[in-house]
Design a protein around this ligand. Structure first.
Ligand code: ZN
Length: 290
């Protein structure tokens, strides 16, 4: 079951206060596919959601709707009087900005919006809460109500749809807790902690891989430099410590500085070995200019 649907399914079990039923239904209808004086059309993916809002409609005695079920559940109200009745019940005037008396209702309004056009990515894969709806003029309402709860969404456009979204996992968590999806809030935190740990581990592994390949590249360069000195009869003129380190490197092309330091005789420190290998590379390089 997709993460987003699991959340919606659990939200369907919330018993709304009487005052909040109107607010939630309002949010749900306002951000649905069509909401005009002539037509209300809602496309729903899941039976639980359909059942919840049909029970809300029937509670307010709205019965002239048409429900078709194919891949999606399609609910249409086209009866002019029924739409007017609904608008009166929901207290919708020309100004569609919701004015509720209580805080609980603004939260229910947000929950309704999430139910109709919200989507939360599975936190195991990505962080994101998105609201997708066609009517751009509804942006300010959503922004204002979210801002009221210290949620600061951004807007964008996706596939001709208007998108309002949150990206920060803290903000998504706050939203989940606000609309009553607290059990998912913990899921969200856990999955995001797991994710961050995985990312950290990947970063460390990548970093180590990079360090190893840097070391291998350096060793290859050193071996090539020593061979060049030998082929050009310059090797014998090097001082003894350089020669000793060079021979060590040729015999142990895969060893790191620490191992070479252990193998060295007379004893050289790690940085002593490294310094001499650098010097050898410089001499080999200087031959190019001769
Ligand atoms: Zn309320």
């Amino acid at each position: 079951m997709p993460f987003s649907y699991e959340i919606k399914k659990s939200l369907c079990e919330i018993q709304e206060n009487e005052c909040c039923k109107k607010a939630e239904l309002y949010g749900f209808l306002l951000y649905s596919n069509t909401f005009s004086a002539e037509k209300i059309r809602i496309i729903m993916e899941h039976g639980d959601i359909t059942n919840r809002y049909i029970s809300f409609l029937e509670k307010f005695n709205i019965k002239k709707y048409k429900l078709t079920i194919n891949n999606f559940h399609n609910l249409i109200i086209e009866d002019f009087d029924e739409i007017n009745k609904l608008k009166n019940i929901l207290n919708i005037s020309k100004n569609i900005f919701p004015i509720f008396e209580k805080d609980c209702c603004y939260i229910a309004f947000l929950r309704g919006i999430f139910m109709t056009c919200g989507y939360i990515h599975d936190p195991k894969k990505a962080y994101g809460l998105e609201f997708l709806f066609a009517d751009e003029s509804l942006n300010p309402i959503l922004f204002e109500v979210m801002n009221k709860y210290n949620l600061y969404p951004k807007k964008s456009v996706r596939k001709n749809n208007n998108m309002v979204y949150l990206k920060s996992k803290e903000q998504i968590n706050d939203f989940l807790s606000l609309i009553g999806a607290t059990e998912f809030m913990f899921d969200y935190i856990n999955a995001s902690i797991e994710n961050d740990m995985k990312n950290d581990i990947n970063r460390i592994v990548n970093c180590e891989t990079a360090n190893i390949s840097r070391a291998v590249n350096a060793a290859v360069m050193q071996v090539n430099a020593i061979k060049k000195l030998k082929n050009n009869n310059r090797f014998e003129s090097l001082d003894n410590k350089l020669k000793m380190v060079a021979e060590l490197r040729l015999e142990n092309p895969e060893s790191n500085m620490e191992d070479l330091s252990i193998l060295s005789f007379p004893k050289l420190s790690k940085s002593g070995v490294s310094h001499r290998l650098k010097k050898i590379c410089e001499i080999a390089k200087s031959m190019e200019n001769e």
